[in-house]
Design a protein around this ligand. Sequence first.
Ligand SMILES: [Zn+2]
Ligand SMILES: [Zn+2]
Length: 216
Amino acid sequence: MAKTRPGRRDLDSYTIRGTNKVVRAGDCVLMRPSDNNTAPYVALVEKIEADNRSNIKVRVQWYYRPEESMGGRRQFHGAKELFLSDHYDVQSAHTIEGKCTVHSFKNYTKLENVGTEDYYCRFEYKAATGAFTPDRVAVYCKCEMPYNPDDLMVQCEGCKDWYHPACVNMTIEQAKMLDHFMCSDCSSDNDIKKPQNTYPSSPLTNGKVEPKRRKK
Ligand SMILES: [Zn+2]
Ligand SMILES: [Zn+2]
């Protein structure tokens, strides 16, 4: 049996004012902050209920933006990055402005187009201590930074690691035109089993690397 406070009843859904968008438990929503100058808050709806005066309330779990976390925004945090916090709240449903989608990191990186309502979450965040789960994350490139999906990276066909163009002396434009990329470590390795496409150590002249055919 669902537990409810006296005079309250659970609702299956709430229709956002002035729209036909229906919010249900488990949905992610954008909520209007009291200060109109800040971006809307993002929350995960846990429960929708009405009190005996038909005021509709939502119990939410907040997502934090990197700048709202104790450590602040860091270089590898993307513009659409959110942390699922352990901070719960009860809010008036009228503060819900719209719906959004918080993707897993993996799914987010596979999106063909990122809409304004697409976000991603790869960390859980403890609001009281500032601790993240997981507390370690894979790093890439020579600079050994976690992946920021806002930054273009190129994958080495040898070691499969990903690199920032700037860290391997390329411009973004050069990287975008590359069909094949080998990092300097892999291209200096003479192992014949590896693809022979090489990254030129000198700056690219026409921005294009022609793959060399491997002899059979
Ligand atoms: Zn790098
Ligand atoms: Zn490599």
